[in-house]
Design a binder for this molecule. Structure first.
Ligand SMILES: [Zn+2]
Length: 373
């Protein structure tokens, strides 16, 4: 993982780099944000940059011995802690990090934006809960006490640190007075999940949604997408790279024309057109139908934001904007809220295999009456 592999987040990369260059890196960083915004890839690229022996102005070299090991997460100075499930007996507990480490490395290599749900699905037998235990903390401390092997920095990376709970207390002393040249990197969704005493010992790095322009650029570079398709996708995923990947798989970008057609039907108040549209979407796969709702809800959120936020700018195409003037713009805020509820409700029905044509026809007729009211 190089900085250049991380989508967007330029200002964070530059801040992390300058800390290392100026030899004034903090000893503990807390990366906060949804997995899909990239807190883990940023920490990983940072760890690689910190120990690279031939860094360039902007990135690790990618080919020195340290880089090659960091890339596979097998660097002897990189110490990982991550949630796993409880072992049957206490005797097995000390080895649990070792037991799951290979799986964790593979999962991260496959998707550096790995989220908790995917890790859970990859790891746990049904019904198991994942946690970080006191034993995980002690094992991490022990490994940090070992002498340096190869790198400039010893790095302790705790993923899903929000699951530490009160066990986080075990880390406090070492967080405050770490051995020299130690970099702590804690990664969590938000700071409320952590003990305030931990948060206060770390430099906070808030990782927000990836900027739309960055997403469009990377989506186009990595997939064969038109500018329009990439832009639709970037808007629908709301800055979350994992959602972009999922939506890409579900071809949600193809849902934009279906959504525009729906707005057309609503604007025209044409029963035959409504019927035809219902037939068309009813013939699509369940995944595509679910993608329609995801697209519609994301569109509605952005449209509302653009309309009611101060200095709001429409981030939607001219065609869509024209159509919303004859449809969504006629609804008052409570009615828009009502529409969002219906969309959620319909998605729920579709997920549970309701009769698709009926669901979509009902949705269309009700929305039409709402606009006409
Ligand atoms: Zn290197």
């Amino acid at each position: 993982m190089l900085f250049s592999d991380v989508v967007g987040q330029q200002h964070i990369k530059s801040m992390l780099r300058s800390g290392i260059k100026a030899h004034r890196a903090a000893h503990a960083y807390l990366f906060l944000g949804e997995e899909g915004y990239g807190p883990l890839p940023l920490a990983w690229a940072f760890a690689r940059y910190a120990n690279c022996t031939e860094t360039s102005e902007t990135d690790a070299c990618g080919h020195c011995a340290s880089c090659r090991k960091m890339d596979k997460l097998i660097h002897p100075d990189l110490h990982l802690a991550f949630p796993a499930y409880k072992q049957k007996s206490d005797e097995e507990a000390p080895t649990r990090n070792k037991q799951f480490l290979q799986q964790f490395r593979s999962a991260l290599t496959a998707n550096p934006y790995l989220d908790y749900e995917d890790w859970l699905a990859c790891l746990a037998p049904e019904g198991k809960q994942l946690n970080l235990t006191a034993e995980d903390c002690r094992s991490l401390l022990q490994r940090l006490m070992l002498r340096h092997f190869e790198g400039t920095y010893k790095i302790a990376l705790i993923w899903q640190a929000g699951l530490l709970g009160k066990e986080g207390n075990i880390l406090l002393k070492m967080l405050e007075e770490p051995p020299p040249n130690t970099l702590w990197m804690l990664i969590a969704r938000n700071s409320d999940e952590l003990l305030p005493t931990i948060v206060s010992r770390c430099q906070l790095i808030t990782v927000g949604p990836i900027a739309e322009e960055d997403l469009v650029q990377v989506l186009r570079a990595r997939h064969t997408l038109s500018e329009d398709q990439a832009r639709h996708l970037a808007r629908a995923c709301e800055g979350n790279w994992n959602d972009a990947q999922r939506l890409l798989q579900q071809q949600i970008s193809d849902m934009a024309p279906v959504f525009v057609e729906w707005l057309n039907v609503l604007a025209a108040n044409d029963l035959l057109a409504a019927w035809k549209w219902t037939e068309h979407i009813g013939s699509l796969s369940r995944e595509e139908q679910k993608a329609f709702f995801r697209y519609a809800l994301a569109f509605l959120r952005q449209w509302l934001y653009a309309r009611f936020a101060a200095n709001g700018q429409y981030r939607i195409s001219d065609e869509e904007l024209q159509l919303t003037r004859r449809t969504l713009a006629r609804l008052n805020p409570p009615q828009l809220q009502q529409l969002a509820c219906w969309l959620e409700r319909c998605r729920y029905f579709i997920e549970r295999n309701a009769h698709a044509r009926l669901v979509f026809l009902n949705l269309t007729l009700r929305t039409r009456s709402l606009i006409a009211a």
